[in-house]
Ligand binder design. Structure first.
Ligand SMILES: N[C@@H](CCC(=O)N[C@@H](CS)C(=O)NCC(=O)O)C(=O)O
Length: 239
């Protein structure tokens, strides 16, 4: 089985951590997002949506991280706590997985682009009012993550880690990669992060986040001329 990944990407990290933690054998096929390899001919045969992560299992190709996580959980019969059979626990996980795309994922990812990638590609700092507004959105999503989804439980679905926590932690870490410490002044979120790290295993967690946490340095060193393919996307999405 092949997994097409770039660990700069949050959904790639969730798939990578899940497969690794559950000893699911896979070949790591690196597709460099910063070099635009997702637009190449070879990757188009795997995923016409041209986004990561993607999976190829024999003749079967699958896109979308949530679909991939569920496929792996079902195919490899991973421990129940990841996606419990219990109706209510599963419903809570589904609720989180449905919510996160246009909330924490969107807002955490936007901070990463505004603080790191856009200044690099366009050669200008993003106006402060845009940063302030993006931070307000991110703070709103983090508040909901704490108050609605984590509440006073150890994990989103209760006493054990599940796919919801895994999908959440990789998104919460994305702005951290741009130098924004979202855990500062948030003891509940920090304690949850610590529990998730322990459940995943610190070594695997650090391995999955190594390139993200080195992003401030590595992005500075990237060749801007090779990143110009990102410009139309930036102008369309953020400006
Ligand atoms: N809903 C998709 C989102 C995938 C996605 O947006 N991937 C980004 C990286 S985080 C990507 O591949 N972007 C490449 C591009 O837009 O060119 C999932 O959960 O897998």
């Amino acid at each position: 089985m092949e997994l097409y990944l770039d660990l700069f990407s949050q959904p790639c990290r969730s798939v990578y951590i899940f497969a690794s933690k559950n000893n699911i054998p896979f070949e790591f096929k690196k597709v460099s997002l910063m070099e635009g390899e997702q637009y190449g001919e070879e990757f188009g045969k795997i995923n016409l949506i041209r986004k990561l992560p993607a999976l190829r299992d024999g003749d079967f190709c699958l896109a979308e991280s949530i679909a991939i996580l569920l496929y792996l959980a079902e195919k490899f019969k991973t421990p129940d706590f990841w996606y419990p059979a219990d109706l209510y626990q599963r419903a809570c996980i589904n609720e989180y997985l449905s919510w996160q795309h246009t909330a924490i994922r969107l807002h955490g990812s936007k901070m990463f682009w505004l603080r790191l990638l856009i200044p690099k590609v366009l050669g200008v700092d993003v106006p402060q009012d845009k940063l302030d507004s993006a931070l307000e959105d991110l703070n709103g999503s983090l508040k909901l993550l704490e108050e609605k989804f984590i509440q006073d439980k150890p994990f989103i679905a209760g006493d054990n880690i599940s796919l919801a926590d895994l999908v959440a932690i990789v998104e919460v870490m994305q702005p951290v990669g741009s130098g924004l410490d979202v855990f500062e002044g948030r003891p509940k979120l920090s304690a949850w992060r610590d529990r998730v790290q322990v459940a995943i295993g610190k070594e695997l967690f650090d391995d999955a986040h190594q390139s993200l946490l080195g992003a401030q340095e590595s992005v500075t060193l990237m060749d801007t001329s090779k990143m110009q393919f990102l410009k139309p996307k930036i102008l369309k999405l953020f400006m």
